[in-house]
Design a protein around this ligand. Sequence first.
Ligand SMILES: Cc1ncc(COP(=O)(O)O)c(C=O)c1O
Length: 357
Amino acid sequence: MTRFHSPLVDRLHPYVPGEQRQGDGVTKLNTNENPYPPSPQVMEAISSVSGNDLRRYPDPEASTLCEALADYEGVSAKQVYVSNGSDETLGLAFMAFFTDKAALQYPSVSYSFYPVYCELFNIETKTIELNKDFSINLDAFTNEAGGICFPNPNAPTGMALGVDQIERLLQRYTSGVVLVDEAYADFGAQSAIGLIDRYPNLLVTRTFSKGRSLAGMRIGAAFGNEALIAAIAAVKNSFNSYPLDAIAQVAAAASIADETYFQTCKAKVVNTRERLTDALIERGFTVLPSLANFIFASPQQTDHSASELFEYLNQHNVLVRYWSKEPIQDWLRISIGTEEETDQLLSVLDMALSASS
Ligand SMILES: Cc1ncc(COP(=O)(O)O)c(C=O)c1O
């Protein structure tokens, strides 16, 4: 690096996203993107943006979009915050709620961006082991936490907690923020947004990247008590007061307006998830019960290791995600693709399984 950088830079271990390999013939099931394009109404809304709209700064409050989201979720617009992807909301929330506090607690197997933010913002952390069945053990989170954060459904397991379990945590843990990262909640999990009126320390984050097929546009949202939203806005306005661009604002609002399209794509993803789960179980895999747009599967009962299958798939242009770390070193995370992509995955997997290990 350069001798001009600050000591902070030496400390960082930046997040490494899944590979974005391009080209025909690549079956890309490694970054949990939606296999279907956004609603045609979103594309129309994007084309309707004029040069004049772009000449001006966007609405810094994204009021129209916040109102649309508030209506959709049955909350008030003051309880909604929008940003460039939920990663940005998470970053701002970590800065607003978890710095200069006791250790932030999050599951030992969860979204690998959390430790990255903690390193950047100097937040102490305590990781909480999962249960033996890979579910999140909310009872093990302690009331001494400086804050609590977990994805629901969890990533990379896909397993979801019920909203009653989250409410029990909120009843006993009142001294810090509980951040529920609902990036994958569009695919069947119960949302905790309905609890924000009753629990002033609950922040729920969502994204348009998965259920709404808009990963390329970077749109995220947070829902919480007005005071929490104001705290995130204060951090945002101390950094960049125009975070969500004018095109993203209209695209997101158009996506919310097209409920039929959203439900149709969701149903297709859920059907393919069930089909892929059954197909992998038939081939000797253990598959965790997923409510996300990916599954977490282990070839434990086959003669093949996850790392070996990952390499084989990768060499045959089928991209899935693999982490060589305990306790998930024998598992693969596979995003749900189209039916054709699923056929391709299964056919390459069958070649791998029939090859001797
Ligand atoms: C658990 C979890 N949270 C948040 C995100 C961030 O999504 P985005 O920044 O695209 O909204 C991801 C992305 O994969 C994720 O897996």
